[in-house]
Ligand binder design. Structure first.
Ligand code: HAM
Length: 420
């Protein structure tokens, strides 16, 4: 039997991981600047957490969760997203911080049983951000501009920010009923999926990707024409602040998001270079979720981005791979060099040098080939003569200059010539 990864699941190999580590380091740097601290949430949770927060009628809860009974009969689900867990943690650990905002970010794998295709996996990674405790539109815009700054720093220039308002509890129910009545008129033109879900979740008809549904959606009533005063003011303010921050955006009145907890601002960032799965990031305001999960009233705003999609957009240069080079490549020639070579590598690594080596005592030519391949800046050559004399040879691979190095003061001698 050939064992291999499950469909929709990917290894991230060593020749790719440096890109991920770099992206994560930039995320840490920029998010900390805005006051976000990392939280590590569990990979699995009580199933009820997700069904109650994401929404019973969403695709995720209806058909995409990895749910199983553990050995004590409890229903467990591999997290399909991070927001629900962060909210659970916020309530469980009483992380309330009024009058200031609790700001957290997380990085890790999520699991959804979707049909795998380019850019759509069953285990994928997200970087997510949640700002908890303020209804201010300044929070919405700070978080969105932080995200755009992050993309710029990564060298992604073609991303597009789309925003919409989904209103709140005092205007959305009426709009939903109105929308349902309007959709009813076009049912014979809509796909099977929309026919099935419009009763329970009519907003999803607005962002159906099927061509014929898109045509119908163009003529359906828009949420932003049915906002109450508070929601309208909020949305106007968000646009004003985005303008002040010089952050370009478009209003997409059909943007509704696939999770039920949103209200007011909803947004997505897309890229034309991604193909059909073109969303790099999605998020928005969720002001009632904390309360719905039995916490205190806490208005929140957040987003999550898909790492695989993000990394595929960054114009990396292989030379930038920090794992693809070393300071020193150790070349040992002859049986008697085994122990002195081992000691030299050990000593130099303890002093902070990145040392690569061959373990087979192969020929000079073969070891030199490996040294070149390792992109080392220097080679340290130890042959039997060098062991006898106590003087090793340090060769600069850029200009081929060679220096004698006294093995008794190896580290200090090397430090003079090789800068870390
Ligand atoms: P989401 O839109 O479901 O939102 O996911 C966010 C991002 O995760 C997407 O834009 C996409 O880049 C990536 N993603 C989603 N599903 C897949 C998949 N199957 N394969 C690869 N990438 C995928 C959320 O998860 C919300 N929790 C975001 C949020 C945080 N809202 C408020 N706070």
């Amino acid at each position: 039997m050939k064992l291999q990864t499950i469909r929709g699941v990917k290894d991230i190999l060593p020749n790719e991981i440096w890109k991920w580590q770099w992206v994560e380091s930039i995320a840490h740097k920029i998010f900390l600047r805005y006051g976000f601290q990392e939280i590590r949430i569990p990979v699995f949770e009580d199933t009820r957490l997700f069904s109650r927060s994401i929404g019973e009628t969403t695709d995720i809860v209806e058909k995409e969760m990895y749910t199983f009974e553990d050995r004590s009969g409890d229903s467990i689900t591999l997290r399909p997203e991070g927001t629900a867990s962060v909210v659970r943690a916020y309530i469980e650990h009483k992380m309330y911080a009024p009058p200031s905002v609790t700001k957290m970010f997380y990085i890790g794998p999520m699991f959804r049983y979707e049909r795998p295709q380019a850019g759509r996996l069953r285990q994928f990674y997200q970087i997510g951000v949640e700002a908890m405790g303020s209804p201010s539109p300044i929070v919405d815009v700070e978080v969105m501009t932080m995200l755009i700054e992050f993309f710029h720093e990564l060298g992604i220039e073609d991303s597009k920010l789309q925003i919409n308002s989904l209103g709140n509890q005092s205007c959305r129910p009426q709009y939903k009923n109105f929308l349902k009545l309007e959709i009813k008129k076009y049912l014979n033109q809509l796909c099977k999926n929309c026919n099935n879900r419009y009763e329970k979740n009519p907003l999803r008809v607005l962002d159906c990707k099927v061509e014929q549904c898109k045509k119908v959606a163009k003529n359906l009533p828009k949420m932003i024409d049915h906002l109450d005063k508070t929601s309208e003011q909020h949305f106007t303010e968000v646009q004003k602040l985005l303008d002040i921050a010089n952050t370009p955006y478009t209003i997409n009145t059909n943007l509704v998001r696939g999770l039920d907890y949103y209200n007011m601002t909803a947004f997505e960032v897309t890229s034309e270079n991604l193909g059909s799965q073109n969303a790099i990031c999605g998020g928005g305001r969720y002001d009632t979720l904390v309360e719905e999960l039995s916490g205190p009233s806490t208005p929140c705003f957040g987003f999550a981005l898909g790492m695989e999609r993000l990394v595929s957009l960054i114009p990396f240069k292989e030379e930038a791979n920090p794992n693809n080079n070393s300071d020193i490549f150790l070349i040992c020639l002859g049986e008697s060099t085994k122990i002195p070579g081992f000691q030299a590598a050990h000593e130099l690594r303890l002093a902070g040098f990145k040392v690569e080596r061959d373990y087979e005592l192969a020929s000079m030519k073969s070891q030199m080939r490996k040294a070149n391949k390792s992109n080392c800046r220097f080679t340290l050559i130890i042959g039997e003569d060098e062991v006898d004399s106590g003087n090793y040879v340090l060769k600069n691979m850029e200009n081929s200059e060679q220096h004698k190095i006294d093995s008794n003061s190896l580290t200090t001698e090397v430090e003079k010539r090789v800068k870390i």
